[in-house]
Design a protein around this ligand. Structure first.
Ligand code: NAP
Length: 274
């Protein structure tokens, strides 16, 4: 079955709207600050989507846009001001940054409790140690989809194809923390099919359209396609969706599946105990 992710997203949005209303009753208007320091066109689109989502669910949002003359010191000092501003609950640094800026250095200036993307070393470390922290948005979205479908994770074989810091690695750690037996594959993996075919849950985050074909999937598996590639024929995922659908229990579509802009803004405790 091709999963109707839009339905899951709508349910999640309604849940977030309710949570915002509850906060408002206690005099708290959640606020997200977004920092952009690049001329990346895709980032503009992503920020626009986040802006609209905030508006829709009632979260206040403000943007700090820097041009190419910005120094690392300027960005860090803005982050520090936002870290100390009690009216700001979440800070999101839109990646990529201008080439002269060091992403690791900038991200590590974030107060971990306000790091809505879960990219500071502290939040990433908590994923490793199994402590409660903020989970990066794409793995969190994958977990939300699996939970919405009532797919068991504990004790199951999960294969993750891709080992990036943004998707593959945190998704693997998250699945491990949920009791799965996890295999991580990448460009050096020999005989990829042997690993994908063994998976009850197959998560693919590579960026190679059509990499995963029907013969590489176990019958009744759940297949989560994270890949997004723009081609002359439109946006494509990594999975041959319609063929795989004949064999799998669930497969997520692309486009309309796992979304980049769906942030884990509420996946944390507010720093004012809200
Ligand atoms: P990335 O940093 O380029 O990582 C790609 C991973 O795929 C690497 O670990 C790489 O292995 C592995 N790989 C490459 N070729 C392979 C092959 N033939 N077989 C097995 N593994 C292979 O990309 P990313 O940031 O993780 O993103 C992956 C895809 O997901 C992209 O299409 C991106 O646009 C999309 N994405 C989607 C969302 C969403 O919300 N839907 C969010 C983020 C990204 P090595 O490590 O060995 O190089």
């Amino acid at each position: 079955m091709i999963v109707n992710v839009k339905e899951i997203v709508e349910r999640k949005k309604n849940d977030l709207k309710d949570r915002v209303k509850k906060l408002e009753k206690n005099g708290i208007v959640p606020k997200l600050a977004i920092i952009k320091a690049s001329d990346d066109k895709a980032s503009e689109v992503y920020i626009g989507k986040k802006r609209n989502l905030c508006k829709e669910i009632g979260v206040a949002e403000e943007e700090y846009i820097f041009d190419e003359n910005v120094s690392q010191k300027d960005i860090i000092s803005t982050i520090q001001k936002l870290n100390n501003d009690l009216s700001v609950h979440g800070i999101l640094v839109q990646l990529p940054l201008f080439k002269h800026l060091n992403e690791n250095y900038v991200l590590d200036a974030l107060e971990p409790k306000k790091d809505v993307d879960g990219l500071t070393k502290l939040n990433f470390g908590k994923l490793v140690t199994g402590e409660k922290g903020i989970i990066p948005c794409t793995p969190k979205g994958i977990l939300t989809i699996l939970q919405s479908l009532d797919v068991d994770i504990s004790g199951k074989n999960v294969t993750v194809v891709g080992r990036s810091i943004l998707v593959g690695k945190p998704a693997s750690l998250l699945m491990l923390s949920k009791g799965a037996t996890v295999t991580v594959c990448h460009s050096k993996t020999e005989n990829l099919k042997e690993h994908t075919k063994n998976a009850d849950i197959l998560i693919v985050a590579v960026g190679h359209p059509g990499l995963i074909t029907k013969d590489m999937v176990k019958k009744d598996a759940t297949v989560i396609d994270v890949g997004i590639t723009r081609t002359d024929d439109g946006i494509k995922g990594d999975v041959d969706t319609f063929e795989v659908d004949k064999l799998a229990k669930y497969v997520t579509p692309v486009p309309g599946g796992v979304r980049t802009y769906y942030r884990s803004f509420f996946n944390r405790k507010c720093n004012r105990n809200c």
